[in-house]
Design a protein around this ligand. Structure first.
Ligand code: SAH
Length: 341
């Protein structure tokens, strides 16, 4: 079976060459509106034939949880019954969809729930496109784009699914489709350095975020296995290259973990690491995932951010949204999988 949302409009025209060209556009539009075959205007005979070879809507809403603050968390079921998460955040500067790039994750970060059961498989570009389509359609008129920003900060490591993510970027920014501005897309990576260089050369105007979470290689190795492959210095050099190629500010994500990465010395090292780089530090309060790592209080986190600011580092504390509905990475999926077991 082929997934129709994996195809660009031109690829659809080639794939469906025996049909008049307007059918390809009709199918392309149906994908963006998250329609299934029965909701399209395709003739019955075509639908019957297509259903044997093609999947039009590879993603369905399996469960929705709505937080008191309006944040919606989705469990999405893929065509092969795998489950991924997606979050819809209501924000006054435009609504944001936070989406997954893999079923699970193999990076093994100690604080993150997404990686607890390993990585099952990559999402295809079409599954990622349909994720956006399904969630957008659930939040307003189907014919409209009901979101402004997309962040690749759900489950999975985007650069471990590099080709599909790049293809998805081309699909989601296509002016025939959702036409999302590159500037409204953020991609978060734990720091696959070789891929950062490859990606920089593609010159997408998106915001690159690095999950830093430690200021020394020793500490980073204890919470992020990727630190055994690349040093912080190598990683930041790659970000400098990205900024040089794309002239975009990069963002560091720094999840505060009690007695691990929240010392005065960490503040000074963060100052040194970010010096001379066009960047911003997003400080996050850890959402404990049941493991041994403990969160700091919000007051301590605010003091950490203030100290960074006092030292000339651009930093803010990320607002916590949807924590009453298992808002953090992979938590809802992990819980659901445990229940299904
Ligand atoms: N693999 C990519 C994308 C996943 S998003 C990456 O590592 O960047 C990962 C981000 O989710 C982390 O940077 C962190 O900001 C957030 N995150 C993961 N687990 C969390 C937790 N337990 N509490 C708070 N934030 C968490």
């Amino acid at each position: 079976m082929k997934i129709l949302s994996d195809f660009s409009l031109n690829e659809l025209k080639t794939e469906l060459a025996e049909l008049p060209a307007f059918r390809a556009k009709q199918i392309f539009d149906a994908i963006m509106q998250a329609k299934d075959f029965s909701e399209t205007n395709l003739p019955k005979a075509i639908i019957e034939k297509f259903q044997q070879n093609y999947i039009l809507k590879p993603v369905e809403i399996y469960k929705t949880l709505t937080s008191k603050d309006g944040t919606k968390k989705y469990l999405l079921k893929l065509f092969d019954n795998n489950i991924v998460e997606c979050v819809y955040l209501k924000q006054n500067y435009g609504n944001t969809i936070c989406m997954s790039t893999q079923v699970g994750c193999k990076m093994g970060c100690k604080f993150c729930a997404s990686t607890l059961n390993g990585c099952v498989r990559n999402l295809s570009s079409g599954e990622m496109l349909s994720t956006i389509a399904v969630v957008s359609a659930d939040n307003g008129k189907r014919t409209e784009r009901n979101f402004t920003n997309i962040v690749l900060m759900g489950s999975g490591e985007p650069f471990d699914n590099y080709d599909n993510v790049v293809k998805w970027l081309n699909l989601i920014t296509d002016k025939n489709g959702f036409n999302v501005s590159e500037r409204n897309i953020s991609l978060s990576t734990c720091g696959l350095v070789d891929r950062i260089y490859d990606f920089a050369k593609l010159k997408f105007n998106i915001t690159l975020c690095l999950s830093l979470h430690a200021t020394t290689d020793e500490v980073r190795k204890t919470i992020m296995p990727i630190a055994n492959r690349y040093t912080i210095k190598e990683t930041i050099d790659a970000l400098k290259y990205y900024v040089g190629e794309n002239n975009r500010r990069v963002v560091f994500e720094y999840c505060l973990i009690k007695d691990v990465n929240n010392s005065q010395a960490d503040i000074m090292r963060l100052k040194d690491l970010t010096k001379g780089l066009n960047c911003h530090v997003n400080v996050i309060c850890l959402n404990p995932n049941g493991g041994p790592l403990k969160a700091t209080t919000r007051t301590e986190a605010q003091a950490f951010v203030k100290a960074l600011n006092d030292n000339g580092v651009s930093a803010t504390l990320r607002r916590s949204q949807g924590s009453d509905i298992e808002g953090a990475c992979g938590m809802l999926r992990a819980k659901t999988l445990n229940k299904l077991k």
